[in-house]
Design a protein around this ligand. Structure first.
Ligand SMILES: Nc1ncnc2c1ncn2[C@@H]1O[C@H](COP(=O)(O)OP(=O)(O)OP(=O)(O)O)[C@@H](O)[C@H]1O
Ligand SMILES: [Mg+2]
Length: 298
């Protein structure tokens, strides 16, 4: 809506996990390198965790691009609220296995064939599960068993589990001891620090056609970081709303007042936030007690 007004050729702050807008923060770069290393090195299990909106799915999309480019077979399960039967069906569908997809035995047989074929030509296959913190125990058990398939050269199927921090806690459960032992690499996505938030916003604007951004002055950038706590999805939502507000006011520059309005509309809360009390008095945000001080990136 505002693209033409700001001279943009694309929408800079969409909420989709688009690898074209990938910003290589050190933590995203390191996590992607780990995922690729895990796959190329036939390491078996790799786990990627991060708070809501920190970029896990975006990173998996980058991995997917890499795998497609390298012609490595993969199955990508983005819906993890599934039964074991659906799990096998989805794998068979994604890997285009020629078998009766509703028969677990047939799927396992066809999968094994494919894995051996891949190993024979010096390649491998990958199973990616997003939102893995939602996997039921019985599906996790099937995942573990798939991770057992190996040849002398290493694991036949590389398994990437991505999810919110609950995933780490789930994997620490006593009944998953065997699975936990097989996890070779674990990576965690932290929110951006202030410098990274600024670079992230600048990079997204640049990719959308704005070479040198002047629309977000330094004081606005600092406040965006503070209020989003460096979470990319929140940064996107704030920036998008902010550009829309500036556009409505026919202003090429955003201000902290506009940001206040946007945050109020979004019902956004952040540590250190001040609210107007009933008599107009300024009250601390009650969540401060919960958040404590010194949250990462705050
Ligand atoms: N490194 C990055 N470069 C570019 N955009 C990013 C990056 N990290 C996150 N984003 C953007 O932030 C938003 C949220 O990212 P994403 O959906 O990948 O998060 P998530 O960790 O999978 O969230 P959830 O826990 O809700 O599944 C998306 O719009 C995505 O484009
Ligand atoms: Mg996600």
């Amino acid at each position: 809506m505002y693209n033409a007004f700001f001279g943009l050729t694309a929408s800079p702050f969409t909420l989709s996990p688009d690898p074209n807008f990938f910003y290589r923060s050190p933590q995203h770069e390191e996590a992607l390198a780990n995922l690729i290393y895990g796959v190329q090195g036939r390491k078996g299990f790799v786990v990627l965790t991060g708070e809501v909106g920190t970029g896990k799915t975006t990173l998996l999309e980058c991995l997917r691009d890499y795998l497609a480019y390298q012609r490595i077979e993969f199955a990508f399960l983005f819906n993890s609220r599934i039964t074991p039967a659906e799990f096998f069906e989805m794998i068979a569908y994604d890997l285009d296995l020629k078998c009766n997809r509703s028969s677990k035995t047939e799927v396992l047989f066809a999968l094994n064939q494919l894995l051996l074929q891949q190993a024979h030509v010096g390649s491998t296959a990958v199973l990616i599960v997003d939102e893995a913190h939602n996997l039921e125990w019985d599906v996790l058990e099937e995942v573990r068993l798939l991770g057992n398939l190996e040849s002398r050269q290493g694991k036949l199927l590389q398994i990437v589990l991505a999810g919110q921090p609950e995933l780490d806690r789930k994997l620490d459960a006593p009944n998953l001891r065997q699975l936990r032992q097989r996890i070779v690499l674990r990576c965690n996505l932290r929110p951006f620090d202030e410098q990274q938030t600024i670079e992230y916003i600048t990079a997204r604007l640049e990719k959308a056609g704005m070479r040198q951004q002047t629309v977000f002055p330094p004081e606005v950038l600092a406040e965006i970081h503070r209020r989003s706590q460096g979470i990319p999805r929140l940064i996107n939502a704030i920036c998008d709303n902010l550009l829309l507000t500036a556009f409505a006011l026919e202003s090429k520059v955003t201000t902290v007042e506009m940001l206040d309005e946007v945050c109020a509309d979004m019902r956004l809360e952040w540590p250190g936030m001040r609210r107007r009390g009933p008599g107009g008095t300024v009250e601390p945000f009650p969540g401060d007690r919960l958040y404590g001080r010194g949250l990462p990136g705050s």
